[in-house]
Design a protein around this ligand. Structure first.
Ligand SMILES: Cc1cc2nc3c(=O)[nH]c(=O)nc-3n(C[C@H](O)[C@H](O)[C@H](O)COP(=O)(O)O)c2cc1C
Length: 210
């Protein structure tokens, strides 16, 4: 394991990837498992993660990403998506999985199920999307940290057209909406961004010790 602070200083939002360098199968398995292990509120996991490795599709996404070439150059592009339908069926699927994992009767989880259904019933569709998006940003930073530990570069991206991504990747058919995008791969040594120092406020400006 690297020193975590070294990894966090090493990583940066990569603007230019080396197209010739591809992430290995072993590393991809680690990335998939790390995504799966992301925690979420109630443990509900209102997401799916599309891992794109198709140069033609990647190139077609550039014009819908404010012409940011990272999506074409990167080895892979993770599109972090939320589930659109967050209803009682969705909660029941989780409860069934929970009961199976715990070797518990499904009815033993009725209280937990009722609480989650009550919580979701208080939210309209927009509030549900906002709640799911928050969970997905946990996955975003978590996986950014994991890949940095493996000396894999990444660029978190909000500057893209979600409706166009949804259309091109046919996400509606999976009841998904794209939320945030993470091209991953290896930095190009001539990335201009590498010359820039990390800009952060000082600890005294952001940490309050009480
Ligand atoms: C949620 C989020 C969205 C971002 N969107 C973009 C983007 O669309 N394009 C881009 O080049 N950088 C994007 N960034 C990168 C930030 O500008 C960058 O993380 C920040 O300036 C700090 O720099 P560092 O990550 O290199 O340390 C985004 C970062 C975050 C966390």
């Amino acid at each position: 394991m690297n020193n975590i602070i070294d990894s966090l200083n090493w990583r940066y939002a990569t603007k230019k990837f080396d197209e010739t360098k591809i992430i290995s199968g072993d590393h991809l398995e680690t990335i998939k498992e790390a995504l799966r292990l992301t925690p979420s509120s109630f443990g509900l996991q209102p997401w799916k993660f599309v891992i794109l490795k198709n140069k033609e599709i990647q190139k077609s996404l550039v014009e819908h990403s404010w012409h940011q070439n990272q999506v074409a150059e990167a080895s892979h592009v993770i599109v972090l998506c939320r589930k659109n339908t967050l209803d009682e069926t969705f909660v029941q699927e989780y409860i069934n999985d929970y009961a199976q994992t715990m070797w518990a009767p499904v009815e033993a989880l009725d209280g937990y199920k009722d609480m989650m259904n009550w919580f979701l019933s208080k939210l309209d569709d927009e509030a549900k999307a906002t709640w799911a998006n928050k969970q997905i940003y946990i996955a975003l930073w978590s996986i950014m940290t994991v890949v940095a530990e493996m000396w894999i570069d990444a660029c978190p991206m909000e500057w893209f057209s979600a409706p166009e991504y949804d259309r091109i990747l046919n996400l509606q058919s999976e009841d998904l909406s794209s939320v945030v995008v993470l091209p991953i791969g290896y930095r190009a040594e001539d990335d201009e961004q590498l010359k820039r120092p990390k800009v952060r406020f000082e600890q005294k400006d952001v940490i309050i010790d009480m």
